[in-house]
Design a protein around this ligand. Structure first.
Ligand SMILES: NC(=O)c1ccc[n+]([C@@H]2O[C@H](COP(=O)([O-])OP(=O)(O)OC[C@H]3O[C@@H](n4cnc5c(N)ncnc54)[C@H](O)[C@@H]3O)[C@@H](O)[C@H]2O)c1
Ligand SMILES: [Zn+2]
Length: 360
C-alpha cells in the first residue's frame, strides 16, 4: 500500500479498515469517536465497521447531511455529545464523510479541550482530491462559506476508492472537475492522460486519484498558508464561485461546486487566450472536452449578469473591486492574479458560446 508524505502526517492509500488497524494501536487512544452523516453511516460505515470491534471503546456521532449543517450549531451538538460522554483529550476523532464532515469534524476536534487528534477518511471524490489535503478546517457562518476555522493537520488521511461505489453521479462529477483543474495547472501529460478517462469509472483508476492528490500536495507544501502560489488552486473559481452562488440564489437544485467550477474553467480558458496568449485551438478543444461532462449555461438575462458580477466582487479571494483571475499561459503554466475587467468576462462568456457551437 502506498502513501504520500506531508510534513507532519501521511496520506495513506488502501483499504480503510485495514489501514485503521495498522495506524491506530488498540490502546493508543481512550476511545474512537466516529463522526458521520446519515448517508455515510448507511453507505461507508459498513466498509470499516467490522474492524472497529477490535477497539475497546467506539462512539458514533451522526449528523444530518449537507452543507446547510456545516455550522457552529452542529459543532455545538458534537461538543455536547463529547462532554456528555466524558470524552477526554486522549480520544481520537475519525471523520468519515465528504468535505462537510472533514472540515467540520476537524474543526470540532481541533477546538474541543484545545484539540484532540483526528483522522480524515474522505468518502467523496471531491474530498479525497481536494478537501482532505492542506489542513483547512472550519464551518460556514452568517451565510458565508468557511469563515470560521483554522489550519490544523490531521494525524493521518486515508484514501479508499471503494467509497465511490455508492456516490451519486453528480458527486463524482463534482470531484472530477477539481481533478481536471489539478491537471490543467500541472502539466500537459497529466491533462492528456486524465481527459481520456471516464469519471464514472474512477474507482478503477485510483492511480489518477493519487496523481491528483499529489498536485494538491505539491502546491500546499510550497505555500501552506496561502500567501501566494497556493492561489493557483483557484483556477476556474472566480467565475465558478459566482456561478455557484447565483445557482443557490435562483434554484432549489443548484449546480454542484465542481459543475460550477467546470464552467469557471471554460471562462478562465477563454480569458487566458485573450490575456495570456493561451493557444486558441487548444482552448477550444479543452472547452469542448469539459462540455462533454458539464453543460455550459449561457447567462443572458441582464439582471442575472448583474448578480453574477456582484457575486464575483464579493468573492473573498478578490482583494479589491477589480476582478482578479487565475489564468494559464499554457497547460501547467499559471498566472496567479490577472486583473480582468467585467466586460472582458462578458466577452469570454460569448467566446465560450462560440467555441462550443461553431461548426469547425
Ligand atoms: N478544506 C478544504 O481545503 C476544502 C477544499 C474543498 C472543499 N471543501 C469543503 O468540502 C465541502 C464539500 O465536500 P463534498 O463535495 O464532499 O460534500 P459533502 O460532504 O456534502 O458530500 C456530498 C454528499 O455525498 C454524501 N456522501 C459522502 N460520501 C458518500 C459515499 N461514499 N456514498 C454515498 N454518499 C456519500 C454526503 O452525505 C453528502 O450528501 C464544502 O463544505 C467545501 O467547503 C474544503
Ligand atoms: Zn473548488
Amino acid at each position: 500500500m502506498s502513501h504520500l508524505e506531508m510534513p507532519n502526517y501521511m496520506i495513506h492509500f488502501g483499504q480503510a479498515d485495514q489501514l485503521l488497524l495498522e495506524l491506530i494501536p488498540r490502546e493508543q487512544y481512550s476511545k474512537l469517536l466516529i463522526l458521520l452523516d446519515t448517508n455515510t453511516s448507511r453507505d461507508c460505515l459498513p466498509l470499516i465497521s467490522k474492524k472497529l470491534d477490535q477497539y475497546p471503546s467506539v462512539q458514533f456521532i451522526t449528523i444530518d447531511p449537507g452543507e446547510q449543517y456545516k455550522t457552529i450549531e452542529t459543532c455545538q451538538q458534537i461538543w455536547q455529545e463529547l462532554l456528555q460522554t466524558n470524552t477526554d483529550r486522549k480520544a481520537l476523532m475519525i471523520n468519515l464523510g465528504g468535505g462537510v464532515i472533514g472540515d467540520m469534524g476537524g474543526f470540532a476536534a481541533s477546538t474541543y479541550k484545545r484539540g484532540i487528534d483526528f483522522i480524515q477518511i474522505p468518502t467523496t471524490l471531491l474530498s479525497q482530491v481536494d478537501a482532505s489535503v492542506g489542513g483547512k478546517l472550519g464551518v460556514d457562518f452568517n451565510k458565508l462559506k468557511n469563515v470560521i476555522g483554522l489550519f490544523r493537520d490531521p494525524k493521518a488521511v486515508i484514501i479508499d476508492h471503494r467509497f465511490f461505489q455508492t456516490l451519486e453521479e453528480k458527486e463524482l462529477l463534482s470531484g472530477w472537475a477539481e481533478m481536471l483543474k489539478h491537471a490543467l495547472i500541472d502539466s500537459k501529460a497529466h491533462w492528456e492522460s486524465l481527459q481520456a478517462l471516464d469519471p464514472l469509472q474512477i474507482a478503477t483508476h485510483s492511480d489518477s486519484v493519487q496523481n491528483s492528490i499529489t498536485v494538491k500536495q505539491r502546491v500546499v507544501l510550497e505555500d501552506p498558508f496561502e500567501a501566494g502560489s497556493r492561489k493557483m488552486l483557484n483556477f476556474g473559481h472566480t467565475y465558478g464561485h459566482a456561478y455557484e452562488a447565483l445557482e443557490h440564489s435562483r434554484t432549489q437544485n443548484p449546480a454542484t461546486h465542481g459543475a460550477s467550477v467546470a464552467q469557471g474553467m471554460m471562462i478562465a480558458l477563454a480569458l487566458s487566450v485573450g490575456k495570456c496568449g493561451f493557444d486558441h485551438e487548444q482552448a477550444k478543444l479543452i472547452i469542448r472536452k469539459l462540455h462533454e461532462w458539464y453543460t455550459y449555461d449561457p447567462i443572458v438575462a441582464p439582471e442575472q449578469i448583474q448578480l453574477l458580477l456582484q457575486f464575483m466582487q464579493n468573492d473573498k479571494k478578490n482583494e479589491s473591486i477589480e476582478l482578479r483571475f487565475c489564468l494559464i499561459e499554457e497547460i501547467g503554466k499559471v498566472q496567479l492574479s490577472v486583473p480582468v475587467a467585467f466586460d472582458e468576462v462578458l466577452e469570454a462568456m460569448n467566446t465560450v458560446k462560440t467555441m462550443l457551437h461553431a461548426d469547425e
